[in-house]
Design a binder for this molecule. Structure first.
Ligand SMILES: CC(C)(COP(=O)(O)OP(=O)(O)OC[C@H]1O[C@@H](n2cnc3c(N)ncnc32)[C@H](O)[C@@H]1OP(=O)(O)O)[C@@H](O)C(=O)NCCC(=O)NCCS
Length: 298
């Protein structure tokens, strides 16, 4: 792995660790899913508390995301900090942001952050402890949001998020429109633009670790948000990296933000506290080839 770059991994769990077709959507179904040999193989790589965390999820789709998140974190720590898989312990910082705390402070350290939504899991990471990173995946929820916007109007729908956005951001979100689009397309475009705002803000607050509890959430503003064009299903799409960041009315110039489309329905936001360290392209990870410990298992 190139230590100079910030690496970015994606794992799509849609096609892996399938649930048996006869599994009922009830709490026991996750336990039944866990008996699938592929799932069991993955779960057995995790420490007991992470194994238990995965199985606490009611829905198999959530258990899969949690399982993938754990595996990616261990792979990232093992590779970046050069420790065996069994020593790649995932801890938490004071804000409960997952992190790696080496047993000996003189050993290599790293920074990473994870996000998951739908069937997609992303991890961004880099060696060292100076750079802070945040990542967020959003998935447009057309079937839930679209009828609500039609019913209550976009402005009313958007202002329900005023706990997160500044007045300026809400105004930008409400005013957004694509010239010449039909009203149906306009709602979709406005929703995509809203989710672009959301994704950027989440990535930033996850970088700091304060997450959505940050008391300054509404003091942080993204201006001139451009929505990356969607791509074919399962493909990475357009990247926008020119958003303006403002904090209490002052332009922030020491944080890099990038927003990338993935398929029609996803966007991935990345925040980095380093302007210099390049962001690698997202790499599609494969469980068997890229994640499972083959060389370093003991
Ligand atoms: C925690 C929070 C950032 C998750 O955001 P989300 O959009 O629901 O979910 P995402 O998929 O983007 O992120 C989930 C990942 O964020 C990471 N995360 C958790 N706390 C975090 C924090 N304080 N800062 C940055 N990342 C955090 C974890 O890796 C988690 O995945 P994992 O549990 O599989 O390891 C968001 O719910 C939040 O800000 N909550 C308020 C703070 C809070 O409740 N903290 C208590 C956590 S127990």
């Amino acid at each position: 792995m190139d230590d100079a770059n910030i690496f970015r991994w994606l794992l799509n769990v849609g096609e892996i660790w399938p649930s048996p077709s006869n599994v009922d959507p009830n709490p026991k179904s996750t336990a039944v899913w866990a008996t699938n040999p592929d799932v069991k193989k993955a779960l057995d790589l995790l420490p007991a508390h992470e194994h238990a965390k995965v199985l606490r999820f009611y829905h198999i789709r959530d258990a899969k995301l949690s399982l993938a998140s754990s595996l990616l974190k261990h792979r990232a720590i093992a590779d970046t900090c050069h420790v065996p898989w069994k020593d790649s312990n995932v801890g938490e910082d004071k804000n409960r942001k997952p992190c790696y705390k080496p047993p000996d402070p003189a050993q290599p350290k790293m920074e990473f952050n994870v996000s998951h939504h739908g069937t997609l899991v992303a991890l961004v990471g880099c060696a060292g402890e100076k750079i802070k990173l945040g990542v967020d995946i959003v998935q447009m929820n057309w079937s839930k949001d679209y009828p609500m916007v039609v019913k209550s109007g976009f402005e009313s729908w958007a202002t329900t998020y005023e706990m997160v956005f500044s007045q300026g951001e809400i105004a930008e979100i409400v005013a957004y429109s694509v010239p010449g689009s039909s009203s149906q397309d306009d709602i979709r475009a406005k929703l995509r633009h809203f989710y672009a705002h959301w994704c950027l803000k989440e990535a930033y607050v996850k970088m700091t670790g304060e997450a959505l509890l940050a008391p300054w959430l509404k003091d942080l503003e993204f201006r001139g948000v451009r929505v990356p064009l969607p791509s074919q299903a399962g493909q990475l799409g357009q990247i926008n990296s020119d958003v303006e960041i403002w904090f209490r009315g002052v332009r922030v110039t020491d944080v890099k933000m990038e927003l990338q489309a993935y398929g029609e329905d996803y966007m991935i936001g990345t925040a980095s506290s380093s302007l210099d360290r390049p962001l690698s392209e997202f790499r599609n990870m494969r469980v068997d080839e890229d994640i499972y410990p083959i060389k370093d298992v003991d």
